[in-house]
Design a protein around this ligand. Structure first.
Ligand SMILES: [Zn+2]
Ligand SMILES: [Zn+2]
Length: 232
């Protein structure tokens, strides 16, 4: 480590992204948070509907996307990291999440992706928040997986109610017609990125549009799977 790095790390020590405890330079989480963060075990996940196998609802609804995976479940530690990133745009939170998402994608999908793209945000939200967290995650993923970033493949064309205010069924209705997609190279394999998946309604609608525009396959990845029972 050079002198400036030593001085810098004395003033700004590396901290756990979840609890803020001082940790070694190369780590992202402290020992406690690494032990207790709830990882999303892909063997317990139904990749087709993107819910935990115990909550699988493939028999109730079919999805446009070809798969869904996530590195983390919606527990206290992972949620804190995701929301800190969503609210404060902390770069290292983004890098941490994207790194774990990249590992999950490599482990779970055997697909030659042509593009990484992301769920777009309503223009009013982009203005009030100042950034789209799914875009930032997709940009990091594109770098770490070495897959080109499909910029503005999807556009938000309707101003609907926020999804979190609605029940499971309402969410699927609410997102209908919300997105449009540009023409894609025919048969392109797309990795679609979002921050949190709850019902999958948003990803499903985006996948539908990407297919309409020529995609050959659409596989999804989010940082967090928020899998509640009763399809909420
Ligand atoms: Zn910690
Ligand atoms: Zn399923």
């Amino acid at each position: 480590m050079n002198f400036f790095k030593i001085v810098l790390s004395a003033i700004y020590p590396n901290r756990c992204v979840a609890c803020g405890e001082i940790i070694p330079e190369e780590e992202s989480l402290c020992e406690f948070c690494s032990e207790f963060i709830e990882v999303c075990d892909s063997s317990k996940l139904c990749i087709k509907c993107g819910s935990l196998k115990k909550n699988c609802f493939c028999n109730k609804r079919s999805f446009y996307f070809d798969g869904f995976v996530a590195p983390f479940l919606n527990d206290k530690i992972a949620r804190k990291v995701v929301y800190s990133f969503k609210l404060n745009r902390k770069e290292r939170y983004c890098r941490f999440l994207a790194e774990r998402m990249a590992v999950t994608v490599k482990q779970c999908y055997d697909v030659d992706f042509d593009y990484v793209t992301y769920v777009p945000m309503k223009i009013s939200t982009v203005f009030s928040r100042g950034f789209n967290q799914s875009y930032l995650l997709a940009k990091e993923l594109s770098k770490s997986l070495d897959i080109p970033l499909g910029f503005r493949f999807l556009k938000c064309v309707k101003n609907n109610k926020p999804q979190h205010e609605l029940s499971g069924k309402e969410r699927f209705e609410n997102v209908k017609g919300m997105y449009s997609s540009v023409d894609l190279p025919s048969g392109a394999n797309i990795l679609l990125v979002d921050d949190i998946k709850t019902t999958g309604a948003t990803l499903n609608e985006c996948a539908k549009e990407l297919y309409k525009s020529g995609a050959g396959s659409v596989y999804c990845v989010a940082a967090l799977l928020s899998d509640k029972k009763k399809g909420k």
